[in-house]
Ligand binder design. Structure first.
Ligand code: SAM
Length: 266
């Protein structure tokens, strides 16, 4: 029994070193560069960014996160880039344990905005054949289920709860409430094709010109296809699909799963 416990502890330590510490070490130069880019920024200067970068790293080491440190840092930087003259909230769809929400809440607080976090808090809904990829483990209903009170506690402990509003429930029921809401930045990390489609359907109109919608798992065709479906975009929004950066390839070695769509300037 004790041998088994010791083996489990060693396995956990190896997992921590391989997937967390190593990624954090690799992303340290990126976080430093992020802080230095605060030179001359009155709202988010070097010291504020250094403190923020340190807190982002601490969150990554303390909570299980389904993203890489550089992926979330990229979104944090975008939240700080959007000028205050652009009205709008930041929306996160799909929060799991709240690691990404806690990180985003810190950036949103610095930017003087609000963060709306939408999730079922019951994990993934039913999947469809469109979500299956040959050779990959299929998603199952209930994957990533975490109760709202635990997510709220994680955000309270590691982030800034006062700027966050939680919207619990299935997207098809909850996101219509955001119709008309102005959005300065969004992060969709929802794994399934139908979930992505629902998010675009209800959020896209509110995304402000020049602002970005980040998408996790941009390497997975089922997640990207709704962004490329010209017939659907024409029917739904009377426009061609938006330009999408990072489709199927991500944004580079430490941001392999991240991509973003840009709302054209009108
Ligand atoms: C991969 S997890 C999010 C990971 C998190 N952003 C992170 O970086 O740690 C996907 C989340 O999407 C949520 N989700 C997916 N489809 C949904 C739907 N149709 N309605 C509500 N929640 C959904 C799941 O509950 C789950 O928490």
């Amino acid at each position: 029994m004790r041998l088994l416990e010791r083996r489990n502890a060693i396995q956990n330590l190896l997992f921590f070193i391989r997937w967390k510490l190593w990624l954090v070490i690799l992303s340290a130069p990126g976080h430093l560069a992020f802080a230095l880019r605060g030179w001359g920024d009155a709202r988010a200067g070097i010291w504020r960014r250094l403190r923020l970068a340190w807190r982002l790293i601490r969150i990554h080491l303390s909570l299980q996160c389904a993203h890489s440190p550089m992926e979330l840092l990229t979104i944090v930087e975008e939240v700080l880039r959007v000028p205050p003259s652009v009205d709008g909230v930041v929306v996160e769809c799909g929060c799991y344990l709240g690691g990404s929400s806690a990180k985003l809440s810190l950036a949103v607080e610095l930017a003087g905005r609000r963060l709306i976090v939408c999730d079922s808090f019951e994990g993934l809904p039913e999947t469809s054949a469109a979500d299956d990829l040959p050779g990959a483990d299929p998603f199952r209903p209930g994957d990533f289920a975490v109760r709202l009170d635990l997510v709220r506690e994680n955000v309270r402990r590691w982030g800034s709860l006062s700027v966050v509003e939680f919207v619990p429930g299935w997207f098809q029921d909850t996101l219509p409430r955001l119709n008309g809401q102005r959005i300065a930045c969004a992060f969709l990390d929802v794994d399934l094709q139908e979930s992505i489609r629902t998010c675009i359907e209800h959020l896209w109109k509110g995304v402000q010109p020049g602002c970005r919608v980040f998408v996790h798992d941009a390497d997975r065709p089922p997640v990207i296809e709704p962004f490329e479906d010209a017939t659907w975009w024409q029917r739904r929004f009377n426009t061609p699909p938006p330009s999408f950066v990072g489709a199927r390839r991500g944004l580079g070695p430490l941001r392999r799963l991240l991509g973003f769509a840009i709302k054209a300037e009108s």
